[in-house]
Design a protein around this ligand. Structure first.
Ligand code: PEP
Ligand code: MG
Length: 368
């Protein structure tokens, strides 16, 4: 068995020496980041911050939803700030010296708000007992007001950040303060800030201006790169403009596939999609392996436009395709800088990135 482990180790070393793609991991907690590092991740390519607002912190989120005045909203955000700071400290510690791309909040509202049916039932129960539904009553009004027919096409990502003043600012401050805390303890945090669901450069410019102001205010940090997800087709075809406000791009191929094909990613396990796929009209699910020439073409257009506008633009991918072997070969040929995938897929991604480099060198087909 030692011999086998030794052979695997040598194979991985060979892949690491050969590959040109950097391999990062998608990790949202210190424990995940530490695990990813043990698997050889060279940073966090996507730290989703949504889960940090769920569980025991729901009460604070509800306070934010119910805030009626600027002061109430600011107080609710101030209560979230130290918790967020703690989240980031853990991740920066685990990834000390390596880049950590923190994505600002991107919750489709239906996953984030208290469920409408549950609230309705609680309020109805209280009313039937002749009791005042209190906070639940106010929440029900707010949740009904925010209800959307298509939450995945609604108030998510950068849209939410621009609509709720102070929300992204709180997150940027938490990132900056966590990094400052780590630096003061002799660590070398390397945070990057990523804006989700951008469709137009103006959205990114607005967030960037506020983020830069806060980073300056906190001060004492090496340059923090600000970039964007490319996950909306409009962003892909206007990537040249968007690159004017971005230091990096990361392809969100989950949303890019959903929006490119018009298939709901929430329903891939439902009845329609598997049956449709099963008819054999087209091959493998586009959610599993990058769809060439469709969504893949959007990736190429955006990468080429981005590099034309800003040759030093760093470009990666953090959708599920970042851990899929065939897709990794494709990303290598486009010339991307990194893939980011779940911690357990990191070794596979390292190997595949090595194999892709060998295959394209043999065929003389590297595009960058
Ligand atoms: C994506 O859309 O590919 C992505 C990485 O973001 P999320 O899955 O969180 O929407
Ligand atoms: Mg997305």
């Amino acid at each position: 068995q030692d011999g086998l482990l030794d052979a695997v180790h040598r194979l991985m070393l060979h892949a690491d020496r050969t590959r040109r793609l950097e391999v990062r991991a998608n990790a949202d907690t210190g424990a995940d980041a530490a695990r990813a590092r043990r698997f050889g991740a060279e940073g966090v390519g996507l730290c989703r911050t949504e889960h940090m607002f769920l569980g025991a912190r729901r009460a604070l989120v509800e306070r934010l939803i119910l805030a009626e005045t600027d002061q109430e909203r600011q107080d609710a955000l101030a209560a979230l700030l130290p918790l967020q700071r703690g989240d980031f400290v853990e991740i920066f510690e685990a990834m000390d010296g390596l880049p950590v791309t923190v994505r600002l909040l991107d919750p489709p509202l239906h996953e984030f708000l208290p469920p409408l049916e549950e609230l309705t039932a609680r309020v109805a129960r209280a009313e039937a007992l002749g009791q005042d539904p209190g906070r639940d009553g106010a929440l029900l009004v707010a949740v009904r007001r925010m209800h959307e027919q298509n939450p995945m096409l609604g108030l998510r990502g950068v849209r939410l950040g621009l609509v709720v003043p102070g929300l992204f600012a709180m997150q940027v401050r938490a990132i900056a303060e966590a990094a400052a805390d780590c630096t003061a303890r002799g660590l070398s945090p390397r945070p990057e800030i990523m804006v989700p669901l951008v469709a137009a450069v103006q959205e990114l410019e607005a967030v960037r201006a506020e983020a830069e102001r806060i980073l300056d205010e906190v001060g004492g940090l090496p340059h923090v790169r600000i970039g964007t997800m490319i996950e909306v087709p409009r962003a892909a075809v206007t990537a040249g403009e968007i690159a004017g406000a971005a230091e990096f791009f990361s392809f969100g191929t989950n949303d890019l596939t959903q929006l490119g094909w018009g298939f709901s990613r929430d329903d891939v396990e439902g009845t329609f999609f598997p049956r449709y796929l099963g008819m054999g009209i087209f091959g493998v699910s586009p959610f599993e392996s990058i769809d060439e020439p469709g969504v893949g073409r959007l990736v190429r257009i955006a990468a080429d436009e981005g590099w034309a506008a800003r040759p030093d633009l760093k470009i990666g991918v953090c959708g599920e395709h970042g851990g899929d072997p065939d897709s990794i070969h494709f990303f290598h040929t486009v010339g991307l800088d990194y893939v980011s995938c779940s911690p357990f897929r990191v070794p596979i991604a390292r190997l595949e990135a090595g194999r892709a480099a060998v295959a394209t060198a043999a065929a003389g087909s590297d595009s960058r």
